[in-house]
Design a protein around this ligand. Structure first.
Ligand SMILES: [Zn+2]
Length: 448
C-alpha cells in the first residue's frame, strides 16, 4: 500500500524537490530566502499544516503544526531550507546550481542533498498520508530554519522561547550523507564544533631579520610552537583536561563501531589517499564519531611570494575548528586552551572563539530505536546500521539538551552528495525511500 502510494505520486514528489531547488535560498547572501519561505508556506498549508513564519535576527524560522491536537504521539521534525552558496563560474559546476537536472537516478543541483531532498522527503510522507488516508495519526511539530549553513544562530533562542509548545515524544529528521553504496543508517548523535582564531602579535611593525633576529619577539614562531603544544600530528588535542585522552568513550559505543565497515576504495577515490587509521576499520569510526579532532583550517604569516624577504612579521593568524564529542563543552574547551597558553607563557597570542555548537547524543539502546530502525528497513528494503554519531555537526543539541528529547537522524543523501561543493546531487531512489520510511514511521508512531 505504501509502495503503491509513493510510486503513483513519485512524479509530484520529485517535482516538489525540483521546485524548491530552483529557488536559491542562500543564507550567506540572503538570495531567494523570501521566495523559499513563501513557497514552503504555500505547500505546507496545502498539506494541512498551520504555518507560522517567525522573524529572527537573521532569516525566518518556519514553524508549523499538523495532525490531531489530542494525538497520543508527537513527532518533532526539523530541517533547513537554506543552502550553501554556489558560484557556478568559480566552482566548475557541470550544470547550473539552481536549475535542477535529472540524469538517470541522480538529481543535480544545490540543496538536492543538503537539505532540501531530505526534509521534503519527510514532508512528502506527511503529504502522501494526507492524500491517501486523510487525517494524520500523530501530531507533527515542524521547524524549518534558514540559517543552518551559517551556524544556526537564531535556532537555540527560538527553541528556548518556545520550549512549552515544542513538547514532543521524539525528534526524527533527515540530514547528512548515508554510508557508501546507499547503505541506510540511523545516526544517534552528532559531533559538535568549536571555531577558534589565534592572533599572535609581536613587534609594533615588521622588522629587519638581520637587525632584530634573535632579539625581537617572533609571533610566527610563537604561533607554530603553541599549536604544536596543543595538538599532535594526528589532530589529537593534547591540552590537559580537554584533550583527546580526556574523553571517556562508552564501551557500548565502541562495540557499535567495531563491526562497521570502511569503504577503502571509495575513500581512496574520494580523498586521493588512504585513511590515516590504516586498515583498522573500528579505529576509523571511533576517531570519526567518538573522538574529538583538531584541524588548522587556515594559517597566515609572513611572506610567501617569489624570492625571499628577510623580515620578521609583526603578526601571525591561525584558524582552527575542533570537532567535539559528548561531554565536551565548547566554552570549557576554549577556556582550557587559553589557560594552557597562559600557563606556557604565550603572552602575545590572543585566542578568540568564533562559534561553538555542542555535540549531541541519544543512547543507542533508547526505546524508540527499534521502531525507527524498522520503518527505515521497510522504506529502503534494507536494514540500517545504528551508529553512535555523525562525524559532522547539526544543531541537534537544541533537541536533546534544550528540549530533553531523544533525537534520531535518518540521512537520505548519497555518500557522494558533494554538498558544499560543485555538482551537488541526491538520488531519486533515496528520496523516495525516504518518503516510504516516513510513511512507515507514521504508522509505527500511531501504534507507539
Ligand atoms: Zn550544509
Amino acid at each position: 500500500m505504501i509502495d503503491d502510494a509513493v510510486r503513483e505520486r513519485s512524479g509530484a514528489l520529485v517535482q516538489t524537490l525540483l521546485d524548491s531547488i530552483r529557488i536559491a535560498s542562500v543564507s550567506l547572501t540572503g538570495e531567494g530566502i523570501g521566495d523559499q519561505v513563501a513557497f514552503l508556506r504555500k505547500r505546507l498549508e496545502g498539506w494541512g499544516f498551520a504555518v507560522e513564519v517567525h522573524d529572527t535576527t537573521s532569516h525566518p524560522i518556519i514553524y508549523a503544526e499538523a495532525g490531531p491536537a489530542d494525538a497520543k504521539f508527537t513527532w518533532l521534525l526539523y530541517g533547513h531550507y537554506d543552502v550553501y552558496p554556489a558560484d557556478e563560474k568559480q566552482e566548475g559546476w557541470r550544470t547550473k546550481p539552481f536549475e535542477p537536472v535529472i540524469e538517470g537516478d541522480r538529481i543535480w543541483g544545490r540543496g538536492a542533498g543538503d537539505n532540501k531532498g531530505q526534509h521534503l522527503a519527510m514532508l512528502g510522507a506527511i503529504a502522501t498520508w494526507r492524500e491517501t488516508r486523510g487525517e494524520l495519526p500523530v501530531r507533527i511539530k515542524l521547524i524549518l530554519e534558514g540559517d543552518e549553513e551559517t551556524g544556526s544562530v537564531p535556532l537555540p533562542k527560538f527553541v528556548e522561547a518556545n520550549r512549552a509548545r515544542l513538547k514532543a515524544d521524539l525528534c526524527v529528521y533527515s540530514d547528512g550523507p548515508m554510508f557508501p553504496n546507499d547503505q541506510p543508517v540511523l545516526l544517534m548523535g552528532v559531533r559538535g564544533n568549536l571555531g577558534l582564531e589565534f592572533i599572535s602579535k609581536g613587534a609594533k611593525r615588521n622588522l629587519h631579520s638581520g637587525n632584530f633576529g634573535g632579539v625581537a619577539p617572533n609571533p610566527t614562531l610563537d604561533l607554530i610552537h603553541f599549536l604544536a603544544e596543543i595538538v599532535d600530528r594526528d589532530g589529537k588535542l593534547t591540552v590537559p583536561g580537554a584533550g583527546y585522552a580526556d574523553v571517556k568513550v562508552a564501551p557500548a559505543d565502541l562495540e557499535a563501531v567495531r563491526t562497521l565497515p570502511v569503504d577503502h576504495e571509495g575513500f581512496r577515490e574520494s580523498v586521493g589517499a588512504d585513511p590515516t587509521t590504516g586498515s583498522d576499520d573500528a579505529l576509523f569510526h571511533e576517531r570519526l564519531m567518538l573522538r574529538p579532532a583538531f584541524n588548522v583550517s587556515g594559517f597566515a604569516a609572513g611572506y610567501s611570494g617569489a624570492g625571499s624577504k628577510s623580515i620578521i612579521f609583526k603578526e601571525a593568524i591561525a584558524k582552527a575548528d575542533v570537532r567535539l564529542v559528548a561531554g565536551q563543552d565548547p566554552v570549557a574547551v576554549a577556556d582550557a586552551i587559553r589557560a594552557h597558553a597562559a600557563k606556557l607563557g604565550y603572552k602575545g597570542i590572543e585566542i578568540k572563539s568564533l562559534k561553538g555548537t555542542p555535540a549531541s547524543r541519544t543512547p543507542l539502546d533508547h526505546a524508540f530505536v527499534p521502531m525507527v530502525r524498522d520503518a527505515v528497513a521497510k522504506g529502503f528494503g534494507r536494514d540500517p546500521f545504528v551508529v553512535p554519531s555523525l562525524g559532522g555537526t547539526t544543531p541537534d543539541f537544541v533537541f536533546t539538551k534544550l528540549l530533553g528529547l531523544p533525537s534520531i537522524v535518518i540521512p537520505l543523501a548519497p555518500y557522494d552528495e558533494n554538498n558544499h561543493a560543485p555538482n551537488e546531487s541526491t538520488k531519486v531512489s533515496l528520496y523516495l525511500a525516504g518518503v516510504r520510511s516516513g510513511l512507515h514511521l507514521l504508522e509505527a508512531m500511531a501504534r507507539a
